[in-house]
Design a protein around this ligand. Structure first.
Ligand code: NAD
Length: 299
């Protein structure tokens, strides 16, 4: 079995690394936060004193970090910390599961290859619940042979692994999906608030739209009003789920990609600005579906 290093043991990375341990992999890992280190140690990860130490001897190096800047810094190293690219054995498979800009993913892949390693981007969808259950969807940008070389390591974390194209293509698929999701959640929320004003019950509107052409994930899985879908975050005071700041981040990445591709994404821009304002205010600790309350309050 391949030796795996896991850098970034937070809300997502911690349970993902734990699933690799459960599947029998020897996992070394690093995170600067003590609470994350303690949880990972409890799950069987051998936690090292630095990120560079974690990758010594690793055939697969997985990163799950907040942003592209974190990924590029940890790959290249800083004045204070040696980088992963220089510390991993030649030919290591670098798998970045973080959600980052397509341009950063392409820069990261170029650095990995220039250092004599192999690069994959594999952003995920499924949230902390999917990370714990090992049922994430992984959207992979990689050369086909590199994906095949690492597939067995991805499987304990994944319900589905989709090959989207060459490096960067996984991130492209991820932000396109979340562009749809951000816009559709606002559409569903506006429809429920309009329904309230027209005297429709939530259940009646749900019963129609969930089987009519308005059907979508934002409605049938993450319904923004309590009642029709008992497992949706609306039934637990909008505890995430998928937090509003993460949606604001992903819509920002989608707009950045649209702008560099010369595309005008009108609804995406509006959704991004609504989510940014919400994430910086009332929505900072809430599921992204709680935007319905802002829409209602503004009406
Ligand atoms: P998190 O903040 O819980 O975890 C990130 C971890 O990276 C933190 O523990 C942090 O201490 C660690 N870190 C920062 N700098 C580091 C370094 N130099 N070396 C090692 N570790 C370092 O965030 P998260 O929710 O786990 O999200 C991680 C990534 O996954 C993000 O890119 C996010 O957009 C994406 N994502 C999150 C979700 C979700 O529901 N939380 C869903 C899909 C994708």
């Amino acid at each position: 079995m391949k030796a795996v290093a896991f850098v970034g043991l937070g809300n997502m990375g911690g349970p993902m690394a734990a699933n690799l341990v459960k599947a029998g992999y020897a996992v070394t890992g690093f995170d600067p936060v003590e609470a994350a280190r303690a949880l990972a140690t409890e799950a069987g990860v051998v936690v090292t004193a630095s990120a560079a130490e974690a990758v010594v001897g690793a055939e697969v190096v997985i990163t799950m970090l907040p942003s592209g800047r974190h990924v590029l810094d940890v790959y290249q190293g800083t004045a204070a910390a040696p980088g992963l690219l220089a510390s991993a054995p030649a030919g290591a498979l670098f798998v970045d599961c973080s959600t980052i800009a397509v341009s950063d993913a392409r820069s990261a892949a170029a650095l990995v290859v220039a250092a004599g390693h192999r690069a994959l981007d594999a952003p995920v969808s499924g949230g902390v619940v999917g990370a714990a259950a090992g049922t994430l969807t992984l959207m992979v940008g990689a050369l086909p042979a590199d994906l095949e070389a690492v597939r067995e390591v991805l499987e304990p974390m994944a319900g589905r692994v989709v090959h989207c194209g060459e490096p960067g293509a996984g991130q492209a698929a991820k932000i396109c999906n979340n562009l749809i999701l951000g816009i559709s959640m606002i559409g569903v929320s506006e429809a429920f608030v309009l329904g309230e004003k027209l005297g429709l019950s939530h259940q009646a509107l749900f019963d129609v739209t969930s089987t009519a052409s308005g059907q979508c994930w934002a409605l049938t899985t993450n319904c923004p009003v309590p009642g029709p879908v008992p497992t949706s975050p609306a039934n637990r005071s909008y505890q995430p789920g998928f937090a509003a700041p993460l949606m604001a981040k992903d819509l920002g990445l989608a707009l950045q990609a649209a702008s560099s591709a010369g595309m005008s994404a009108g609804l995406g821009a509006l959704a991004a600005s609504l989510y940014r304002e919400f994430a910086e205010g009332n929505g900072s600790g809430l599921d992204f579906s709680a935007i319905i309350n802002e829409i209602r309050d503004a009406s």
